[in-house]
Design a protein around this ligand. Structure first.
Ligand code: OOG
Ligand code: MG
Length: 252
């Protein structure tokens, strides 16, 4: 990788660690999509060298609600690490991020031996936090920034055969019991069951490290909402279950 792309990765990495927004990379000249993925992979390598472990992948802009909200209309892929994971009902400190937003997701667990095989499904929450000023970006910017990945929460894993088809389930997002978003899993690629294939295709096209098994977030079914200063955020997917995160400042 060129020293120039490595420097862009260092800038994004610093913005995440300091929780301080930076200017869009595209302001310094357009970045093509394969260079953007190269920056993203370099970011992951930096996190791994600090002791984190890659645990899966996340799709972005698989729903119209998200594409319209962000003005970007192509699906994108990012990486998840164990350092981003919050246990179900666990806490997220909003002061650790720049301008975090939260969205409901469907999570798949893919067999590492055969990543086209889904071994479990769960409701999930994703916290996104663009490292760019004003949460604005073009497609290459957001790809380089690991698709705004910040944190994620997975509910109880269920047997896909028991849960049945996930193609049209109601999705609710609540803050302290107040409904803030509603949608349907049908918004995700027409059917979230298409997510594993879509992710594997993108992973191989964009040179993702061959660890395709593991967690896959299929992409939000609704627009994202601002993470509140405090409170409990909960997602519910009909017939799949619920998952929650407590938003609270940690005492330092
Ligand atoms: C990019 C991430 C998109 C999704 O579920 O569509 C995403 C962003 O909106 O900042 O995670
Ligand atoms: Mg998402």
């Amino acid at each position: 990788m060129s020293t120039e792309l490595a420097a862009l990765a260092a800038r994004l990495d610093g913005a995440q660690q300091d929780a301080a927004a930076i200017e869009q990379l595209s302001a310094g000249g357009a970045l093509d999509l394969s260079d953007a993925y190269a920056v993203q992979h370099a970011l992951l390598t930096r996190r791994i060298s600090r002791g984190e472990r890659a645990v899966g992948l996340k799709l972005g802009f698989t729903s119209r609600a998200k594409a319209v909200q962000m003005g970007v209309d192509d699906i994108i892929l990012g990486s998840l690490t164990d350092g981003m994971r919050i246990s179900d009902g666990g806490a997220f400190d909003p002061a650790s991020a720049i301008h975090p937003r939260i969205e409901p997701e469907v999570a798949y667990l893919l067999d590492p031996e055969d990543p086209t095989r889904v071994t479990a499904v769960a409701p999930a929450l994703e916290i996104i936090d663009s490292r760019y000023r004003d949460f604005r970006f073009d497609l290459s910017d957001v790809v380089a920034d690991n698709t705004s990945a910040c944190a994620f929460v997975i509910g109880e894993w269920r047997d896909p055969a028991e849960v049945g088809p996930l193609g049209n389930r109601a999705v609710l997002l609540e803050i302290d019991g107040r409904l803030v978003q509603t949608g349907s899993t049908a918004a995700i690629l027409g059917d979230p069951a298409r997510a594993p294939q879509a992710a594997l295709r993108l992973a191989s096209a964009q040179g993702f490290p061959a660890h395709a098994g593991g967690i896959l977030l299929a992409g939000a079914a609704t627009a994202a909402v601002e993470v509140p200063a405090q409170g409990v955020v909960e997602a519910t997917i009909t017939g799949l279950g619920r998952v929650s995160v407590r938003i609270e400042r940690s005492i330092r």
